[in-house]
Design a protein around this ligand. Sequence first.
Ligand code: DX5
Ligand code: ZN
Length: 222
Amino acid sequence: MKSKVAVSIYVFNFLEVGNKIEELVQAGVDWIHVDIMDGNFVNNYALCQKFCQDIKAKYPNILIDAHLMCIEPQRYIESFSNAKTDNFNFHYEAVTNKNETNILQIIQDIKANKMKAVIAINPETNPQVLKPFLDQVDGVMCMSIKPGFNGQQLNDMVYDNIIWLAEYKKTNNLNFFIQVDGGVRENTYLKLKQSGAEVLVVGAFVNVPNSELKTQINKIEN
Ligand code: DX5
Ligand code: ZN
């Protein structure tokens, strides 16, 4: 099965990130995953709207996948849209009012702001809580690690979450894509693909010398 690579640029040395993005683009990567951390939902800070905008200005054909690890992500819909973000990828756990109508409203607002709505869940969150939203979202992202830090080992719970989503999608003839973030390594990527992950966010997996980049991407995309 072919999957898509989305590269998490957070893992690179920030002094080299421009060159890295250029290398990735040359190697055929067209999804860039930008980790946004608010120092509140997660105990860490990272990146922002301007980062998304600057990448898009230089590479208009690259899809910008903004992963918001931020409390009340709805506050940022307009600013990410203005920054030309393609995917607004927000955590279910970060929305305080989990009322169905409220979350559906957030999804509608994202779409009204011309972005794709992707809802993310932590490994411990049962994907069944997403049932009311699965015919509305463009994608679901299963975290396989605790959000906020790169370089962690994958939590096995993610496989069952992906399998359940893939099954539900098939049975109900739905269109959302299934994405996974964190812990994609030599010993995990195949099982993630086989479980039904269609987009794999990769950091360490592609933090390799330029000459090895294409090989790594091909493992996932072919
Ligand atoms: C962590 C981020 C991930 C992370 C992935 O909070 O959401 O995107 O950078 O890093 P790897 O692939 O190295 O586990
Ligand atoms: Zn991420």
